[in-house]
Design a protein. Structure first.
Length: 338
């Protein structure tokens, strides 16, 4: 009997270690203190831009946020990095999923420990343990870009579709959106290049595609930051040298991209709201740490985009700031409930 009782005591103590054995008030265990972490899979200009919004949040609210950038776009690396942070006590994560499916398994482990995860920039496959995805509607943005550039082409001719990192869950959505638009225009032929991880690789693949088409194409669309920077330089050089314009549209708003638009070499870019992705994802986590819960059906938070052309290149950022402020005001009424 004593042996059975001793075993029972050991089991109870072990349960206390597993499920939380801190001091209690009113019979309930104290929740672990909220510790915030921001995780991005690999070095990339988009991640740098999102981090600025996350850092602005941390400064505004006086909250310490652990910032970590992983080594690559491999889900195993993200598992290792985020679980190491969780072992250090971090339990509220703003993260970019390296794999839209596999990240759910990682998030499930964090949530089962009492944590929360908010995706930024991309969504995990639903149903998902993530509370929110603060992001661009990337498929719609790609469709908007495709409609724009095909219109500039006169709705016919050869279009080069430049896709970036194939491991990125957004890449397929962008490809699908462009394919849907192109299907509406039988006079448009597509040359597709993909798997771009550096500016030089983008230059090589874009120029090769143009050469494949006989030295001239009617339009080029880029849905990744790095290829768009490369495209901006290519089109500037091409038009300067050959006095011929190729319709071009890209994504994001690096100064190189904006200067190409000002010069008339690049027709447009789709500006995302990476500042909002970083700021709003952490603000949602802060509110949940204070007792708010996601409202039913309020998973995706569209942080907005702006089509930047020569006409609005110097004013579009105010439009994105307005969107961020509007979402911030709506968080506790539209997206979260107490």
């Amino acid at each position: 009997m004593k042996r059975i009782l001793a075993c029972f005591v050991v089991m109870v103590l072990a349960a206390g270690v597993v499920f939380g054995s801190g001091s209690k008030e009113g019979g309930a265990a104290k929740a672990a203190p909220a510790k915030f972490a921001w995780y991005f899979p690999a070095p990339h200009p988009y991640g740098d831009a999102v981090r600025k919004g996350a850092e602005a949040f941390a400064k505004e609210y006086g909250i310490d946020v652990k910032f970590q950038v992983g080594p690559d776009w491999n889900m195993d690396s993200e598992n290792t990095g985020m679980l190491a942070l969780a072992a250090e006590g971090y339990n509220y994560f703003s993260a970019y999923p390296a794999d839209a499916s596999a990240a759910n398994g990682l998030y499930d482990q964090i949530v089962k420990r009492g944590g929360r995860v908010v995706n930024f920039g991309a969504s995990t496959f639903e149903p998902t343990p993530a509370s929110f995805a603060v992001m661009t509607d990337v498929k719609q943005a790609a469709k908007d870009a495709a409609e724009f550039v095909i219109g500039k082409m006169g709705k016919k001719g050869t279009l080069v579709n430049v896709l970036e990192v194939l491991e990125d869950p957004n890449t397929k959505l962008r490809k699908d959106g462009i394919d849907e638009v192109v299907a509406k225009y039988p006079g448009v032929k597509v040359i597709e290049v993909a798997g771009i991880k550096s500016e030089q690789e983008a230059v090589d693949k874009i120029t090769s595609a143009v050469a494949q088409a006989g030295g001239y194409v009617d339009g080029i669309i880029c849905t990744g930051f790095v290829p768009t920077v490369a495209l901006s330089k290519i089109l500037t050089d091409y038009e300067t040298k050959y006095k011929k314009h190729i319709a071009g549209v890209g994504i994001d708003d690096d100064p190189v991209i904006l200067n190409a638009i000002r010069g008339g070499y690049l027709d447009a870019t789709i500006a995302q709201n990476p500042y909002g992705h970083g700021y709003l994802s952490l603000l949602a986590l802060k509110l949940m740490s204070e007792g708010y819960k996601p409202a039913p059906g309020a998973y995706k938070i569209n942080a907005g985009t702006a089509v930047v052309t020569k006409a609005n290149v110097d004013t579009y950022s105010a439009d994105l700031t307005k969107v961020t402020n509007e979402i911030k005001a709506d968080l506790t009424t539209k997206y979260l409930t107490k």
